[in-house]
Design a binder for this molecule. Structure first.
Ligand SMILES: [Zn+2]
Length: 377
């Protein structure tokens, strides 16, 4: 009964958001001319690394250039920050929100709305770098005022995010604490005013200040909210979180081997680093024909999509978008284009910082590869 009340309250708040003219928050809507809605997912930006030397700030500038290029090339309707926006364990500051602001700036400058989920680094506590204990000592440190052991909490980062009128993130239900970034975003139809043509679900896969899991409580929250918003499975759905679930391991191509059908992608250089347990979310998703894909980050060296079983759900990686964090693979971002035109399936591809577009496919049961872009250089 409590679940029903919460679900009804959620629907009302969504409807209020979608219709209230005075709301400073953007409502998300398919484009009237094209019938499309395009999302760019930036994963693993890792802002704020090594601020005590030139290297870190230089990586942030490069990440900013990657995002600026991709945003100008793709002109999305929404950006999803897919976790590890910050490397908080590398940040000797009490309050990391200025780095969060820096990471969202390229998107804000272009007046593009965004939503954010947290990864395992965003609220991690500060870790003393080993080199600080070498001959050069701790840079600029005096007791108690330079390095901090507590990260800026998920709730504080979310509060900062929500200050922007462009953020469509939602501080998730307190009952799901310590996970925070759990919310649904309806995308309104342009064709049929008052109806929803797609649903995005953003979830917090943990890490940092607590274990890397999607809890059983989060799974039942998803089950209730999706059943309330999309009871007949007629509205297409996408799901975003940071750390791949265990299901990714069972569909993954062998690392460093060519990516073969039915998987499609261009980067396969790592083992899947999955969540520590599976508490039911994948079973619920497998039973929803309307759920087209789960999109995750976390593994910087993977950008493939593989079908999960026969239900039509695709499991996709986003690829490393930022210059912070491990790896030196060409940076890029996953783009997903939804359509409300009849017969058109959602499509996805990777836009690389060097201008190439790779790994395009339809997110459908019978996936069609679109290799037309892969030969571009
Ligand atoms: Zn990362």
């Amino acid at each position: 009964m409590g679940g029903v009340v919460i679900s009804v309250a959620l629907i009302i708040s969504f409807l209020l958001r979608a219709t209230c003219q005075d709301s400073p928050k953007r409502s998300l809507r398919f484009d009237g001319a094209t019938g499309k809605f395009k999302i760019v997912a930036f994963a693993d930006l890792h802002f704020g690394e090594n601020a005590w030397e030139n290297w870190g700030p230089e990586q942030d500038r490069k990440s900013d250039r990657v995002m600026s290029y991709i945003l100008d090339a793709e002109k999305p309707d929404l950006v999803v920050f897919l976790g590890d926006v910050l490397t908080a364990n590398n940040l000797p500051v009490k309050n990391a929100t200025k780095y969060w602001k820096q990471a969202t700036e390229a998107t804000a400058k272009r007046s593009i709305p965004w939503a954010a989920v947290f990864g395992n680094h965003d609220d991690a506590p500060f870790e003393w770098p080993a080199q600080w204990f070498g001959p050069s000592g701790v840079p600029g440190a005096s007791p108690g005022h330079y390095a901090y052991f507590q990260g800026t909490s998920r709730a504080e980062l979310m509060e900062e995010d929500l200050k922007s009128a462009l953020s469509v993130s939602v501080q998730g239900p307190p009952s799901l604490w310590p996970s925070v970034s759990n919310f649904a975003l309806p995308i309104a139809s342009h064709r049929k005013p008052g109806s929803t043509a797609a649903l995005l679900y953003l979830m917090d896969s943990g890490g940092g200040s607590y274990p890397q899991v999607i809890s059983a409580k989060q799974a039942s929250w998803f089950r209730d909210v999706s059943a309330a918003l999309n009871p007949d499975n007629q509205t297409q759905e996408l799901v975003f979180w940071h750390i791949p679930s265990k299901a990714y391991e069972s569909v993954a191509p062998k690392p460093s081997s060519p990516i073969a059908a039915p998987c499609i992608g261009s980067l396969n250089e790592e083992n899947v680093a999955s969540q520590s347990a599976e508490w039911g979310i994948m079973g619920i998703l497998a039973k929803r024909p309307s759920a087209k894909a789960v999109v995750v980050g976390h593994n910087h060296g993977l950008d493939w999509c593989c079908p999960s079983g026969s239900g039509g759900l695709w499991l996709c990686f986003a690829r490393h978008s930022g210059y912070g964090g491990y790896g030196s693979w060409t940076r890029g971002a996953r783009v997903i284009e939804l359509s409300e035109n009849s017969g058109e399936k959602p499509r996805t591809w990777i836009r690389l910082e060097n201008g190439r577009v790779v790994g395009e496919l339809e997110l459908d049961k019978s996936a069609t590869r679109h290799p037309r872009h892969d030969a571009d250089s």
